[in-house]
Design a protein around this ligand. Structure first.
Ligand code: AMP
Length: 597
């Protein structure tokens, strides 16, 4: 279990919400009543469905159903380029552009179920590709643009990538690995500011789009057809491809309604990168299903720029992450002074533990508390949340969404699981399967998928407790996964890359606590006999890892050690490395191969 605190909050620090007098009345006013009367059957009516009852398609619910009539002229996307450019795209235009991309795929012979990857950062082309891919019945799989060539290659290979859409700048990371990806048949490159694309064996994205037709008949996808593929890290193996289906769109819509409180006039800003699940479920799909305006900012975090965006775009709902909030907190409570943020009415955060101080700091800096919510790649959408009209217990993730049944489980000696009925007992956080955005497979890995379920529950891999009033509190991971700046990193992937360095005999990777990023990646390596531990070698190792893995995944620190602690079965004991790093008790060492190592 990773070290993490689960503060018990004094009753006086509860943030009470008003029972009436709202300027904008929350969609969920009475949690208990909505939760107890919720029916999936009734909620399904919120979707339109493909014309003639032909099926369900995420892109139809997100854009096509709004495109005709007055709603078509509403701004769907307001893109803010890092050099000051802006681009507005209406619902009608987004529908046409995504039709064009669907036609591009069709003309390339890319069909149903085939995987279309992006490596493109925060650009409106992400939305066009995502929606066009879904319209064509193909599967959208976004990659994080800060990945290095190795994580990109791994995911394209494991996901059977047939098409990749990238930018001229990011193509550099792909050029050297194309030979290793025989299934990758088409690469489309988005040029920088209209400059012609020079990548060999590639198509110019804009030219292809310009030449395509505006009209496209959406493929009649069924609820259980695969739509999205998101890679997530595992502790013991390479990244797993979590497959989601078109039915997930109901959850995208409902969580937008209940947890993020979307109303028709809202301007929504999700700061997550589309390379991660939040950037797709909430950066792309959920706000579009509500017909509201989404802001996309191409630039990296900058406090001044962010407040200008909140002010100038009149953002009303802001969905961000604890690392960003902690960076803002460092600048003090006056960080937003001088900006007119009267349009802002709701702030939510996800991805890592949100410190209770951060929740309260939000009130002082913005006049609004930060609403923590919890979910993960596998769940496809928000599962536990602090709702606008529900009192907040700072430090708690909130309560399960209507329709979602959560529980805390203990594992019995027999290996079976049992639900804990007493409050405040720490156990594994679990969910009753069956919600529409639940992942339906780890691509090509049925055993790994089956292992996630026991006793009629989906086991999340997180440790948590539930208090007597039904609020859930995060305690830590039940495994060795690392959360750095909101990004889940598998130690195995980092260790494997380090092992490819000629000097490395073995490597062990842990998450080291960090006041801003939550955790940073730290690696321990033992050298082969012929190598000496010099400063130069250490620098070389850091550079090697960064080049292969990219800055988002590479270790921040590498420590050269004589040997690594292993179990008798040969597994590196990351927990022991971590305990030693943090000066914590070393725990049960009975499986350690040699206690002196
Ligand atoms: P990912 O699949 O990359 O979205 O990562 C999911 C994991 O992030 C969860 O299993 C948790 O460990 C962590 N996480 C997400 N949201 C929260 C939260 N609100 N509080 C604490 N941890 C969180």
């Amino acid at each position: 279990m990773s070290a993490s605190s689960s503060p018990r909050v004094a009753m006086e620090s509860i943030i009470a919400k008003p029972r009436s007098g709202w300027a904008v009345q929350p969609n969920l006013l009475d949690y208990d009543q909505t939760y107890s009367t919720f029916s999936w059957e009734a909620e399904r009516k919120r979707l339109t469905g493909l014309p003639g009852g032909a099926g369900v398609n995420i892109a139809y619910e997100a854009v096509t159903r709004h495109a005709a009539g007055a709603a078509g002229q509403r701004i769907a996307l307001r893109w803010l380029g890092k050099s000051g450019q802006t681009r507005d795209i209406t619902y009608a235009e987004l529908d046409r552009l995504s039709n064009r991309f669907a036609n591009v795929l069709r003309s390339l012979g890319v069909g149903r179920g085939e995987r279309v990857f992006t490596l493109a950062g925060r650009l409106p082309e992400q939305h066009i590709v995502a929606l066009g891919t879904l319209k064509n019945g193909s599967v959208f799989c976004p990659l994080f643009s800060a990945f290095g060539p190795e994580p990109i290659r791994q995911r394209l290979a494991r996901g059977d990538g047939r098409v990749l859409v990238t930018t001229a700048a990011l193509y550099r990371k792909v050029a050297g690995i194309r030979d290793e990806l025989p299934e990758l048949q088409h690469v489309l490159v988005i040029g920088a500011d209209g400059a012609p694309v020079t990548a060999p064996d590639s198509l110019d994205f804009q030219n292809a789009l310009d030449a395509a037709d505006d009209a496209f008949d959406i493929v009649a996808t069924a609820e259980d057809d695969m739509a999205l593929l998101h890679f997530t890290s595992g502790t013991t193996g390479m990244p797993k491809g979590a497959a989601h289906v078109h039915a997930a769109v109901l959850m995208h819509y409902l969580t937008g309604y209940y947890a993020l409180d979307f109303h028709p006039e809202d301007v929504f800003w999700c700061t997550a990168d589309p390379g991660w699940v939040t950037g797709t479920s909430y950066g792309i799909i959920a706000p579009l299903t509500h017909g509201i305006t989404t802001v996309i900012d191409e630039a990296e975090f900058d406090a001044e720029r962010w407040h200008r965006i909140l002010q100038d775009e009149r953002v009303s709902i802001w969905y961000t992450a604890p690392t960003a909030i902690r960076m803002l907190m460092k600048l003090g409570e006056d960080v937003a002074r001088g900006y007119d943020l009267r349009a802002l009415r709701f702030i939510a955060s996800v991805g890592e533990p949100l410190n209770p101080e951060a929740v309260i700091w939000g009130q002082r800096a913005y006049g609004l508390p930060i609403h923590d919510n919890w979910w993960q790649t596998e769940t496809g959408g928000i599962m536990i949340a602090n709702f606008p009209a529900m009192d907040i217990r700072p430090g708690s993730m909130g309560k399960p969404l209507p329709g979602i049944q959560a529980g805390i489980l203990r594992r019995l000696d027999s290996g079976a699981v049992e639900q804990v009925s007493e409050p405040d007992v720490v156990g594994e956080l679990a969910l009753r399967p069956g919600w529409p955005s639940m992942f339906r497979a780890y691509l090509h890995e049925p055993e790994r998928y089956a292992k996630c379920f026991a006793g009629g529950w989906y086991l999340t891999g997180d440790l948590a407790r539930c208090d007597a009033d039904g609020y859930y509190w995060f305690v830590g991971r039940a495994d060795d996964l690392i959360k750095s700046a909101g990004h889940l990193i598998g130690p195995f992937e980092v260790e494997s890359a380090l092992m490819e360095h000629p000097a490395v005999a073995e490597a062990g990777v842990i998450g080291k606590p960090d006041p801003v990023a939550g955790e940073v990646v730290k690696a321990f390596v033992a050298l082969k006999d012929t190598f000496e531990p010099t400063d130069e070698l250490q620098r070389d190792l850091l550079g090697f890892a960064r080049k292969r893995l990219g800055p988002a995944v590479a270790p921040r620190e590498i420590q050269i050690v004589a040997s690594l602690p292993r179990t008798r079965s040969g597994k590196i004991m990351r927990r022991l490395l971590k305990a030693r790093e943090l000066g914590l008790p070393e725990g049960d060492l009975s499986t350690l191969e040699s206690p002196l190592s």
